[in-house]
Ligand binder design. Structure first.
Ligand code: ADE
Length: 229
């Protein structure tokens, strides 16, 4: 998969992309991430990418020209899925991550300032929000997309790290996990995980998943019950 990110803060991405599973996926050429600083595309003498809003009001508005020129500089942009990060977008979830992981090429625009010139929307296919809060810009949102999409691309995660049991698959949160030591500060690993056989362990895990989902996420639990019927 190829991901192009339009941002005026490309440095924000470098640390994250050079660690752990994402770094490995990039090194193995399972995903390519290109960072495009759209400030470099501005016609403005002073390298500005924002301006005062028509009609007045607080805050600055992102100019359409540098964004669209930068977008059009991307090879194959016409066919790519073009996403804008904005709190006004569709709320991101695991299902969307799965859908997006099947795309060949996505372009993600990170906004800044009060908002986008409305005409920018004309050039994009999808608006995505990572939650009901306002960030200073779309960069963190873009990283959330890149991370959650990349780990779902075939071969990015090996069998031991498998995402088959991810929380949100089957509308259930994951069961509790334990590793060594068996007792820590008086806190013990449940007996069934140590001595139980495979079937009992599976039953215990499913029960715990259901309990946990019912308790913490009644909205998900309702979907699980519906699906199980
Ligand atoms: N930009 C600012 N806030 C955002 C959010 N919640 N999601 C995506 N992009 C944003």
């Amino acid at each position: 998969m190829r991901i192009d990110v339009l941002t005026i803060f490309p440095a924000v991405f470098s640390g994250f992309l050079s660690e752990s599973i994402i770094k490995r996926a990039i090194n193995n050429e399972l995903v390519t991430v290109n960072l495009i600083d759209f400030r470099e595309f501005t016609d403005s003498k002073h390298k500005k990418v924002d301006d005062y809003p028509y009609g007045g009001g607080a805050g600055m508005v992102l100019n359409v020209q540098p964004v669209v020129d930068a977008l059009k500089s991307i090879e194959g942009y016409e066919k790519a899925l073009k996403i804008m990060m904005t709190p006004q977008g569709k709320t991101f979830n695991h299902e969307m991550a799965y859908e997006l992981s099947e795309e060949k090429h996505i372009i993600i625009l990170c906004g800044h300032y009060e908002g986008f010139d409305e005409r920018i929307r004309h050039y994009f296919d999808l608006e995505v929000s990572i939650g009901d809060y306002v960030l200073t810009g779309g960069e963190l949102g873009a990283l959330v997309l890149i991370d959650s999409i990349t780990r779902l691309i075939p071969d990015v995660i090996n069998k031991d790290e498998s995402h088959i049991n991810d929380s949100f698959n089957n509308h259930l949160l994951e069961h509790p996990h334990y590793t060594r030591p068996r007792v820590y500060d008086g806190l013990e690993v449940p007996e069934v995980l140590v001595n139980g056989h495979h079937k009992l362990i599976e039953e215990w895990r499913l029960e715990e998943s259901i309990k946990r989902t019912k308790d913490r996420r009644p909205d998900l639990y309702k979907k699980y019950i519906k699906g199980a019927k």
